[in-house]
Design a binder for this molecule. Structure first.
Ligand code: OFO
Length: 189
């Protein structure tokens, strides 16, 4: 029995475990995805209280998607022999100056998330962790879609300007853009 254990232990370590460096970086991304979910949840609540039901629906859905992104990472870390850590989150902002400012924050946040994903991909290449590198390609594609969606929304808001009727239609129609990323409920698979 002792011989079998001695053979299996290094095999397990060599083939299945992620390095502490990648584990830490992935857990940092868990935090960022969880933070995204919290921020969008706070935005959704602000919009709902302000009578912007379409924007609220869009943001509630977006918040759910970010939670799925977090879960997908967490499960991957655990499957690879690491420990997915549930993070402590800073309180999100509760109020926004207006709709345009809110969606500008969404775009800025998504650009930041994309940059962090790219750093993570780079670390995987440096560590020669091709399994995690392959896993992260889903996030690379997701970020392209999310940034494009946030830019599309900002373009629409610029066109609308201060036109109240335009803003009414925007609030009515934006709900149909919810779930526009690659996630669409598949992230936790
Ligand atoms: Fe997780 O996709 Fe946005 O942040």
């Amino acid at each position: 029995m002792a011989i079998i254990y001695q053979i299996r232990k290094p095999f397990f370590k060599l083939n299945y475990m992620i390095s502490p460096k990648i584990e830490k970086a992935l857990n940092q991304q868990v935090l960022l995805e969880a933070e995204s979910s919290q921020i969008y949840l706070a935005m959704a609540s602000w919009a709902e209280v302000g009578g912007l039901s379409g924007i609220a629906e869009f943001l509630f859905t977006h918040s759910d998607e970010e939670r799925l992104h977090m879960l997908k990472l967490l499960k991957f870390i655990n499957e690879r022999g690491g420990h997915g850590v549930i993070p402590t989150l800073p309180a999100p902002p509760l109020k926004y100056k207006g709709i345009k400012e809110l969606f500008q924050e969404v775009l800025t946040h998504e650009i930041h998330v994309s940059a962090e994903i790219n750093k993570l991909v780079d670390s995987c290449l440096k560590e020669k962790d091709y399994t995690t590198h392959n896993f992260l390609q889903w996030y690379v594609s997701e970020q392209i879609e999310e940034e494009a969606l946030a830019r599309k929304i900002m373009d629409k808001l610029k066109l609308i300007g201060d036109d109240k009727a335009g803003m009414y239609i925007f609030d009515r129609d934006i709900a149909s853009l919810a779930g526009g990323g690659t996630s669409k409920g598949k992230a936790a698979e």
